[in-house]
Design a protein around this ligand. Structure first.
Ligand SMILES: [Zn+2]
Length: 333
């Protein structure tokens, strides 16, 4: 699909010119809707890339083939919206010594090593987190180990630049502003092209999905408030086109933000209700919200999402939170 009539031609099934000199490439992933969108910005015989898909041979080959098709001989910089495997996985195949420079928000940097390289400490931290939040012991053991598979589709790279947010980055021939939007991940960034009002929204603003906002050992302490604050800032930009990481380009960010805010408001009210009925642990609240889930991945996401809502409610003084080394409990305020 072309975003604007004058934006150019679709050059192949997977590669589309979404704005002058900006090409969307859709790469295969085994989750979400099965595709992640990455963006190549061309500048003569060089190119810059926003996000890079997972580290599989076919996915990396697709990026290289797209570059060749566009006449780009060298990848200059790789900017990553956040370090989840579908956005960051191939970083080590494209960036580092003798390859592209990697740009990433500095709050993402410390997440990489424990998550993808040296997992033992994080696995034990996650096990404790699951236990104190009411997950039964045998399930906690299984869930804490479910992260290991993901590290196999990620090849890490050292960042050349650690971003704070609010920088201006040259991507292709465009200059984009870095917008730090924590919530889905602590150092998630979006890129905004002020001149053409294009918003590269990563996973923060998606046309169909509500991104997972979870409280867990690697999250910010109040990710839901962080996320909602970021959405409001993006809506205020009133971009002409939003280019998301999953799904198709869309318009009317303020309307989409209203839908997402309403979704979370409803869920917050539901959680207040559930706590009012005497459910005290994050796990009990998650089970009330979604019922038992089949996959490990979904179970963990459900718990994380329930906890993000509970934490936001505690911050707003709508539920009370008490902690001991053994448990985290939520009760009516
Ligand atoms: Zn994603």
């Amino acid at each position: 699909m072309l975003v604007r009539d004058n934006a150019g031609m679709a050059t192949s099934a997977a590669l589309t010119e979404v704005a002058a000199g900006v090409f969307e490439l859709r790469l295969p992933i085994p989750f979400e809707d099965g595709l992640v969108n990455v963006f190549l910005f061309v500048d003569g015989t060089e190119a810059d890339l926003l996000d890079c898909g997972m580290n599989s041979e076919e996915s990396v080959a697709e990026i290289k083939q797209a570059m060749a098709q566009l006449g780009a001989k060298r990848l200059r910089r790789l900017v990553v919206t956040h370090i989840h495997p579908d956005h960051y996985g191939a970083a080590g195949s494209l960036a580092g010594e003798g390859m592209a420079d990697l740009y990433i928000h500095r709050l993402e940097v410390p997440l990489v090593h424990p998550r993808y390289v040296e997992l033992e400490h994080l696995v034990s931290e996650v096990r404790t987190y699951l236990l104190v939040n009411g997950v039964p012991a045998t399930l906690a053991e299984e869930l804490s180990n479910s992260q290991r598979a993901l590290s196999q589709v990620v090849k890490t790279a050292e960042p050349s630049v650690q971003l704070d947010g609010a920088e201006s980055l040259q991507m292709g021939r465009r200059h984009l502003r870095v917008e730090w939007t924590p919530g889905h991940s602590p150092g998630h960034i979006c890129l905004f092209d002020r001149q053409d009002r294009l918003l590269f929204a990563g996973d923060t603003l998606l046309p169909e999905l509500s991104p997972n906002i979870g409280l867990h050992p690697q999250s910010t302490p109040d990710p839901l408030h962080d996320y909602l604050g970021g959405l409001r800032r993006l809506a205020a930009y009133d971009p002409e086109v939003i280019l998301p990481s999953h799904g198709r380009p869309f318009t009317d960010a303020p309307a989409r933000v209203k839908v997402l805010e309403a979704h979370h408001r409803r869920r917050l009210d539901q959680v207040v209700d559930i706590v009012g009925r005497g459910k005290e642990t994050g796990w009990e609240v998650a089970l009330e919200l979604w019922g038992p889930r089949n996959q490990f991945y979904e179970k963990r996401l459900a718990l994380q999402e329930a906890l993000a809502h509970l934490q936001a409610l505690a911050v707003d003084d709508r539920v009370s939170k008490s902690v001991t080394p053994e448990s985290v409990r939520w009760t009516p305020a």
